[in-house]
Each structure stands twice: as structure tokens, then as C-alpha cells.
Ligand binder design. Structure first.
Ligand code: ADP
Ligand code: MG
Length: 481
């Protein structure tokens, strides 16, 4: 199997629940990567429908990230195809192994049950795979991701408002902020927050009917319902049969006029009945292209909250939460280091931690700075371009209030030697500059002097020395690292 797909599978396994992985992802096979089109083969059309609707963007995101780390061409789209052989193999395997409990299997639709479907060319797009049946294909209960709760969501200045609004909505749905509109860039926690709302509402009221879905899935179901004369059932489900509607990635509706019209009426029906609506988007309502004005004004009529890229302290806390949740041993120093290397996207931050954990497992060694540097090597060069040895020296001088001449000079008093050691450590750590090179850039010192400074500061960090940690965090911040 292609190694890009193999490493993507590993990442997927670490990202979604084991049940979901086994049910939907484990038996997908790589079919090729041509012109940015990643072909993936699935055993049957039901699974195709499901992965297309629920996992496509995650699979694509993770695969793109992996491609970057492994120097592959990154895919820009996925072509899902049904491969009857896979189904035959799975069936053969199942006849020896006991079947998984029904709760872990997909709810099968109509006459399609378990039957492989191979249209001409072996290619099938998702929405054609529904067979006409008496009712709409039912998602499992609420379809929420069990991994995303308020408990494991780290709150910081970047997401405080969105978090507070989500908590308020979850504790009294349909009353205060309706609709709640959460917007922000990719991988910043929007999907996490809406899932957490769903879990909390369900925990408070197990009978509540919660629908969580992407706007893409809403669109697909709507089109299918139109084509199969099931629009009455569709409306019943979304307008009357629902207490809380959690609609992810509404920007997908851009330019889809008929679906927007349908969603507008869905929205009004729910709102009128005081049912809670939560919508997420990658941009502010008015910036969604080709979106009807009346929908935009609906989105703005409740609470609009953004999620921004988290600042370094929040990134460290997210790493620590994730590490604790997965039983990964992560020192403060490594957490700080990772948080400085990966800045803009929490998913990528988590991905880096996962990669590090996988690497540690493969090598059978603890997660230390050396391994962290190795796991992040491909993203480091971006930093080198913006920060130089001089930048670090200057920032350290400012922080400690010492003169550059002293930092590079020969004075041994602690007030000068301590900042000097920190500067040496940071240059080595953040830029990877060699010891002899650093020696000469600190006023012609021997490389062993630099090495022992590096070791000493490293030791203090391992001992969680607050002063050193504060200094390093502050200097990093000055440098925008
Ligand atoms: P979005 O929907 O905004 O693209 P997600 O909600 O899918 O982003 O978040 C991407 C990943 O980052 C998820 O695994 C999520 O759990 C994690 N994540 C994002 N923000 C936080 C946070 N503040 N605390 C903990 N995990 C977070
Ligand atoms: Mg999302």
C-alpha cells in the first residue's frame, strides 16, 4: 500500500474513536494519486456515502499534512470508488470472526444492505448510492463525535467568547443566543465546540432530538429527497423533528440557491418554535460568498462569535491536555517547543504531537527534545528565515536589560553570563546553529563554552525552573515564535 495513505491511516486512527475507525476507515484501500486526485476504494456504496459525508474533509486534511511531511504531492480532492473485491474479502473475514455489535455498524439503507454495488467504471459518487426507501437514511443518534467535549476544550483569549456562548447555549438551548454563529479558520475548534454543545444538551436532556451535520450533508440529503420524492420526510426531520440543529461549515451552501432556500425555511421553522440553531463557518456571515442576504441577516440576528488562532500559552495547554488524555509523557520543555513551532492550526498542533508519539513508539524511546526536533524538522526552516542569531541576542538583551557588547563580551558576572547562556541555548534550540558557529557569534568563544551553556539551561528547564521558563517564553514571544 502507498506509504502516504499508510501514514494517513495511522493519523486517522489516532484522531477518531476506535469504533468509528474500525467501522468506516480501516478497510479503505489506496487506489492511486493522479493530478491531485486521491482515489480511495471502499467495500460498498453505503460506506462510500458515509465516509464521503462524514470523513472526507478530515481524511483530506490529514493526508495533505502527511504529504507535506513526506514530500509527496498533496491531494486536493478525493475520488471514492466502490470495490466489490474488498467487500468479498471483508465478508470472508467476517465468516471466521464474530460480527461486531450492531451499534458499531452502519444503519443499512433499504435494499442496499451489505450488497456490493459496482457501477460502470467502478466509480460511484456519494449521493447516487442511496437506494429509494420508505424513509430517509437515518444517522446514528445525533452523530456526534465522542472525542469532542467541553471538558477537553482548552479556553484562552482566542476562543473565550465562542466557548462562553457555546456553554450558555448548551445549558439553555433556544433561549438566549439563537442562532449562535461561530466562525474562524480551519482547525481552530469550531466543530469541537458544536459537538460539545450537542453532548451537553443530551446529557441534560437525554430525550432531546439533536441533529449535527455538515452543510454538505444537508445539501446531499436535500437533493436526494427531491430526486426520490421524499421531501416531506426531509422537512419533517429538519423542521419539526429536531430540538437542536447543529450545522457545521455553512459556507458549503455558497452559490447553492435551492438548498439555501430550503435551509432558510428550515431555519425559520426552528427559530419560530424556539429550537436552538448553531451554525459554523470559516468566515464572518457577510463574507460568505454567494449567500442570500436574508440568510446572512438571520445569522447575524443572534450571537456571532469568532475563534482565532490560539496564543502560545493556550497552545501549550492544548498539547498538555491532549497528551494527558492519551497517556503521552510530555515535558514542559517539549510542549513549549512544539507550541512555538506550530502556530496557526490546532489540528496541526495535535498532529505534530501524534507524530511525535508514533515516532517515540517506533524507536522505543522517550519523547525528548531531540526527537521533537526530528519530528518537526520539516516545519523548522520557515522559522530560520524570519529569526536570526542577532534577533535572539537583541531580544535577550532587551528582556534582561543588558548591553549587546556585554552579551558578547567576556564578563563572567551572573547578571551577564546568565542571559548569555539563555541566548546561546535559544539560538541552538530554535535555529539549530552549530556550536562553533555560535561561539564565534558570541564574541569568539570556544564551542565547548556554548555546549556547556546549552546543557546547563536544558537541565534547568528539565527541572522546571520558573525563571528560565519565563525568560524563554518572553523572548519567544518578542520574536513572534
Ligand atoms: P474546525 O472545525 O474549526 O476546523 P476542529 O474543531 O475540527 O476545527 O478542531 C481541530 C482539532 O483541534 C480537533 O481535534 C479539536 O479537538 C482540536 N482543538 C481545537 N481547538 C481546541 C481547544 N481550544 N482545546 C482543545 N482542542 C482543540
Ligand atoms: Mg470543522
Amino acid at each position: 500500500m502507498n506509504d502516504l495513505w499508510e501514514s494517513t491511516l495511522l493519523r486517522l486512527q489516532k484522531t477518531i474513536s476506535p469504533e468509528a475507525f474500525e467501522s468506516w476507515i480501516a478497510d479503505i484501500e489506496f487506489g492511486g494519486l493522479i493530478d491531485g486526485q486521491l482515489t480511495l476504494r471502499v467495500p460498498n456504496s453505503f460506506q462510500l456515502e458515509w465516509v464521503h459525508n462524514n470523513y472526507e474533509s478530515l481524511v483530506l486534511d490529514l493526508c495533505r499534512e502527511e504529504a507535506r511531511y513526506t514530500n509527496h504531492t498533496a491531494p486536493d480532492a478525493i475520488l471514492w470508488t466502490v470495490d466489490a473485491d474488498l467487500q468479498a474479502r471483508a465478508t470472508a473475514a467476517r465468516s471466521v470472526e464474530p460480527a461486531p455489535p450492531p451499534s458499531q455498524r452502519p444503519p443499512l439503507v433499504g435494499s442496499h444492505q451489505g450488497r456490493p454495488a459496482t457501477p460502470p467504471g467502478g466509480i460511484q459518487v456519494a449521493r447516487q448510492s442511496f437506494a429509494p426507501s420508505s424513509s430517509l437514511p437515518q444517522p446514528p443518534v445525533a452523530d456526534l463525535n465522542p472525542m469532542y467535549s467541553f471538558d477537553n476544550f482548552v479556553v484562552g483569549p482566542s476562543n473565550q467568547l465562542a466557548h462562553a456562548a457555546s456553554v450558555a447555549v448548551a445549558s439553555s438551548p433556544g433561549t438566549r443566543y439563537n442562532p449562535l454563529f461561530i466562525y474562524g479558520g480551519v482547525g481552530l475548534g469550531k466543530t469541537h465546540l458544536v459537538n460539545a454543545i450537542g453532548h451537553t444538551v443530551l446529557a441534560n436532556n437525554p430525550g432531546a432530538s439533536i441533529l449535527y451535520l455538515s452543510a454538505e450533508r444537508f445539501t446531499n440529503e436535500f437533493i436526494w429527497s427531491l430526486q426520490n420524492h421524499r421531501i416531506a420526510q426531509f422537512r419533517e426531520r429538519y423542521r419539526s423533528g429536531c430540538d437542536v440543529l447543529l450545522m457545521d461549515d455553512i459556507q458549503f451552501l455558497a452559490g447553492r440557491e435551492q438548498t439555501q432556500e430550503e435551509f432558510f425555511h428550515t431555519f425559520n421553522a426552528l427559530h419560530h418554535a424556539n429550537k436552538q440553531i448553531v451554525v459554523t463557518s470559516d468566515v464572518y456571515p457577510q463574507q460568505i460568498p454567494e449567500m442570500e442576504e436574508r440568510l446572512i441577516s438571520r445569522f447575524q440576528s443572534g450571537m456571532v462569535a469568532d475563534v482565532q488562532a490560539p496564543e502560545v500559552d493556550t497552545r501549550v495547554a492544548i498539547l498538555q491536555t491532549k497528551a494527558a488524555g492519551e497517556g503521552i509523557q510530555l515535558s514542559q520543555e517539549v510542549a513549549h517547543f512544539l507550541a512555538q513551532v506550530v502556530k496557526s492550526n490546532v489540528r496541526e498542533l495535535e498532529g505534530t504531537l501524534t507524530r511525535l508519539a508514533v515516532l517515540a513508539e517506533l524507536r522505543n524511546r522517550p519523547i525528548d527534545m531531540e526527537l521533537a526536533r526530528e519530528a518537526t524538522r520539516t516545519v523548522m526552516p520557515q522559522m530560520d528565515q524570519v529569526t536570526s542569531v542577532e534577533d535572539i541576542q537583541r531580544a535577550v538583551c532587551e528582556y534582561f536589560g543588558v548591553r549587546m557588547a556585554d552579551l558578547k563580551g567576556k564578563k563572567r558576572t551572573r547578571s551577564v553570563s546568565h542571559p548569555r547562556m539563555i541566548a546561546m541555548y535559544l539560538c541552538r534550540e530554535r535555529l539549530g546553529t552549530s556550536y562553533p558557529d555560535l561561539g564565534s557569534r558570541f564574541g569568539g568563544k570556544d564551542h565547548t563554552t556554548v555546549l556547556s551553556a546549552y546543557k546547563k539551561i536544558g537541565r534547568l528547564l528539565e527541572e522546571n525552573d520558573d525563571k528560565v521558563l519565563d525568560a524563554i517564553t518572553a523572548v519567544d514571544r518578542k520574536l513572534g515564535l
